[in-house]
Design a protein around this ligand. Sequence first.
Ligand code: ARG
Length: 528
Amino acid sequence: MGAAKRMRTNPRQLAAEVLNGLELSDLAESIEIAGPGFLNIRLSPSFLSDQLTDSTLLAETKNPKRVVVDYSSPNLAKEMHVGHLRSTVIGDAVARTLELAGHTVIRQNHIGDWGTAFGRLLAFLDDVGDEAAQDAELSDIEALYVEASQKFESDLAFANRSRSMVLALQAHEPTAIAKWEHFMMLAQQHMSEIYSRLDISLQPQDTRGESAYNSTIAPLISDLQKRDDVLVESEGALCIFMPEFKNKDGDIQPMIVQKSDGGYLYHTTDLAALRYRGETLHADRVLYFTDARQILHFEMLFAASRLANIVEPGVMLEHHPFGKILGNDGKPFRTRSGDNILLRDLIDEAIDRATSLIHEKNPNLDDEQQDEVAHAVAVGAVKYADLSKNRLHDYTFNWDEMLAFDGNTAPYLQYAYARISSIFEKGNIDMGQCSEPPRLDTEVERQLAVHLLRFQEVVEQVVADAKPHYLCSFLYELTVRFMRFYEHCPILSEEPQIRDGRLTLCSRTAATLKTGLDALGIRVLTRM
Ligand code: ARG
């Protein structure tokens, strides 16, 4: 219609002219002009069938990029809690999807492992004695942190000891550093355990915490000072003034790079990290996943990096924010007493709930199978509930909804995969060996085939927008179409040619479900 307007002609007429010039007889069965000037192309069954049989449903990109994905990145002065869930789950799904599409992904877990909170924690551990500090279980960190903070408020001598601990750490005094290293080792063990239970692909070597940039901040600042247009001294602090960032009184809100006492801020570390990602990791694209409260932080970070040429102009810098997780009462999701829900408790509860559900649905599985299924369903349900919503919105955490076996849930998709597997098992046929072109002579088969051929496009959309819910919607719709086909079309009882063609459709559906769920970090099951 836009083209018709520019050409000052009637859109239907233009459509008719385009139609006259189109030569699509080898792929289209019919082409019709519809509505105000749309062209509806109905793909021919033979074209669909060839596409499904001959070509892979997903080709790797011809333009691979080096993509740094900064996600999860918890602050390890606290135990991992539900506030870390979305960044971990969404970031992991996007990282996996980028890899699936053929990009090189460099995961960066920018953990909070430095700063005043650690002074408090280490001073507190000193007080409780070496022994307790030695075997301080990470399960106690939350309690340790709360007690340390309370003591900091109420006990002046302790507050002073905490401050000297911070200074000792900053001065890299060996005993203080040894304590910090020991604590960080425990904290990282806990983090790895959570990742492994949640099937998160982050590995220890992906961790590059804030402390990793300690030695690169001073050189960065001195490089910035060599240019006269970036850093400005204001009340003893070093700042970057960018006219596009104003507070509500209309004054420019400076980005403070170094405080008047010499200390650095969250911004400063991020500038150093970004420089590393450009210069050392050679990133073409850098993606950050944090909640929406950090939007301004990243806007300022990116603007300052452009101003100071911290990364090459061609590098794409993208913050992908997300909304909050709400409880059923519409308030932020917390325990009854108002505390943060710890991730280990959340995973335990998910597995408990999935175990009783599976036990009820399929009491014939042996114990080992039951554990495997319960784990895949539990983790899948929690992740999928998050991934299937547009990340920009808040979402309500609801156990019954996410664990339902029908609707847009992980168990529904996993169940469809198990159902397809059982067809092959029953027929004693190898899923990987299907090559008979499907005939697609019923509408339900056609609908399924057309949908399967859209996989490539959907993966590309996730890669472009970092929104996994596109892929979830696609997989859900695929499953709905498969179930319709399965209800209407007999398979194993058909004569060989039709049967084998339908098995090809089944195997393509299963492969797409598996690849798609893998990209979301969700396991498939052959039995459920
Ligand atoms: N540790 C931060 C937090 O818990 C998130 C870090 C995100 N990454 C970054 N490069 N700033 O909020």
